[in-house]
Design a protein around this ligand. Sequence first.
Ligand code: NAI
Length: 411
Amino acid sequence: MSTPNPLTWARDHAPVLADLTDEFREERPFEGLTVAICSHLEASTGVFVETIHAGGAECLVAPSEPKSTHADVIDHLDSREGIRTFAEPDMSDRAFERAQSDLLAERPDLIADDACELIARAHASHPDAVEEAIGGVEQTTAGVRRLEAIDADAGLGFPAYGVNDTPMKRCFDNVHGTGESSLVNVAQITNTALSGKTVVVGGYGHCGRGIARKARGLGARTVVTEVDPRKALEAHMDGHLALSMAEAAEIGDLFVPSTGSRDVIRRAHFERMRDGAQLANAGHFDVEIAVDDLEAMAERTTEPIAGVTRYHLPDGRRLDLLTEGRLVNLTGPNSKGHPIEVMDTTFAMMAVALRELAVGERPEPGVHAVPDRLDREVADRKLAAVGGSRDDLTAKQEAYLSDWALDGEAF
Ligand code: NAI
């Protein structure tokens, strides 16, 4: 048997990207452009890179997390003419930063970013890259927030679309993708049941809602912690227990924060946790669980199973941290990230937003909402791919919906 192409399986489950690849191959929207792609370098990202490459781009690829790169994927991409990766599996933080700087030194025209890694670095220390770029697109919540912060502070040097904030991204990737893949990876790493456990979800935004819903579906009791009283109430009305983290700390078996903030679980909470509590981060950055506090509190650490660091506390309790507090769905020993079907639409949104910047009317520098027609385009393609269908508004319905008098008659 020949060595399998690591992207074949992902391609089979990404019908929208396959559609766009065929179209881009014909239309060549990125002809003559260099496109930087920063993301978790696993198979579905590889399919996305090939989609953009099919549109005529030279692709430069860097990781958005030091530990989420798959060796077979970057080997495959490097074997393609016109694609260059700046990545290795399991990079040190320094090598990770250097790789991004090396990429930016090539001054790409377009940047497809994750967590604003390349765009923030460009604005911080590569002014020539900012000057050269004609636009960017951003795929995650943490990244859109950083884009807005750059814009409010120094002003973005080019237009950037906040792809994360589209319904086609947030309502599927964040809710279903993070919900499913985080819990699947916890179960796979620990080989312990979720059923019958108390799962504490930090944050009830898009990701948290998905994690809590899926955990309950697997038979867990669910607790949600929030800082926004409306979100806490929403969690309560959805049937979860809404508690502060200090209260939840005493009853949780598994803790999964995904807030986009830092120190959501910290010393005061570790002090109250049960022996054997498991901690798994699903937020983008590895700061949601205060690992420094755990390290300061522990007498020693062990690795009871691959992907788990056990902190032995002086009072005999053991707290198990998964994947060093990094993204649990992407950095475990066998993690592959979100299901491919979900990344199909996330990357399709990134691809059509890039196409808009390349051949459409480019907006002013700053952060912009992706035009709704692009969101609908991807939704229609996906709906067709899953065998669904929908109705169109009739002319009478359209007139009714835009008629403020509601009966077509003037007063
Ligand atoms: P969101 O903005 O929809 O929700 C965040 C929620 O956390 C909000 O309701 C907020 O009130 C709450 N929150 C903030 N600070 C808190 C605290 N200290 N304690 C409790 N709740 C707090 O954001 P979304 O889309 O759910 O993303 C959350 C994080 O997950 C981001 O870092 C994002 O980049 C990341 N993400 C991770 C993915 C993965 O593959 N694991 C995929 C998509 C997003």
